[in-house]
Design a protein around this ligand. Structure first.
Ligand SMILES: [Fe+2]
Length: 122
């Protein structure tokens, strides 16, 4: 399999003001692309992994020759993590699920107290 960075469902600037367009461009177009390029280069000539998505590749890491294994772990991990990140980010606002709201209230007393607590620690 030749791995590729996924297209985003939103524009780089859509997450502003929380994440600026330049940061998104660097992480998607350069950082993530580097992980994918390094992964594809490291896997050249490796047999029995052609049909594996990146998660299954990591689950089957013993199929990778030992001298390339750590490089695959690092780059496949970077690819998987970034791919996950792009999916969970969204410019759309949504309400908290009832489960999350209940947990925040149980732990912090209210959603606003959670927000205050979060900001105080950074
Ligand atoms: Fe990144």
């Amino acid at each position: 399999m030749i791995y590729k960075i996924p297209d985003l469902d939103y524009k780089y600037s859509d997450l502003e003001p929380y994440i600026d367009a330049k940061t998104m461009e660097i992480h998607h177009g350069k950082h993530h692309q580097s992980y994918v390029d390094n992964l594809n280069r490291t896997l050249e000539g490796v047999k029995d992994v052609d049909d594996l998505n990146v998660i299954d590749l990591l689950k089957n890491i013993n199929k990778i020759p030992a001298d390339r294994r750590q490089n695959v772990i690092n780059n496949a991990g970077g690819h998987a993590n970034h791919s996950f990140f792009w999916k969970i980010m969204t410019p759309k606002k949504s309400d908290l699920s009832q489960d999350l709201r209940d947990s925040l209230v149980a732990t912090f007393g209210s959603v606003n107290l959670f927000k205050e607590n979060l900001q105080r620690k950074h």
